[in-house]
Design a binder for this molecule. Sequence first.
Ligand SMILES: [Zn+2]
Ligand SMILES: [Zn+2]
Length: 148
Amino acid sequence: MVTCTKCNNSFEPTPEQNSLIEQIASKGGGLVMLNCEVCMKLFPYNAPTENIQEDDVGETPFLCPVPHCGGWVSYIDDETPPFYGCGECGSVWKDKKSLDKDISRISKRYAYRTAAYKWVDRTWFPASYEELPDNLMEQIENEPFDVK
Ligand SMILES: [Zn+2]
Ligand SMILES: [Zn+2]
């Protein structure tokens, strides 16, 4: 529903108006001139910004590099100091460097694990979910628990 700023009546935009609004929204939002269906006048409608969550792109979780754990490691930055933690096994890494070290270790030990990570510019990145082999979790479940 959009509200006309001239007569304050709300109406359902036509398919043409909707596609106009979506077009502006996808470009970052802004004003669109719409014809009010109630008073027939043109009025400016503020198209909202489409929710492009660019911030989330860099926060894809890492597959936990602990043997037998198929959990996900995420960056916990609402704690001081921030850290990386796995919600499944409870492991924590104080920084990316120590997480990278464990990822390198597990990838050497179980080659199929490398499918979950990408080595770019001397640091590990998580692979996207679509790239994960179907049987990856099965293989992880068969790993022995880490005995230190
Ligand atoms: Zn109106
Ligand atoms: Zn874990």
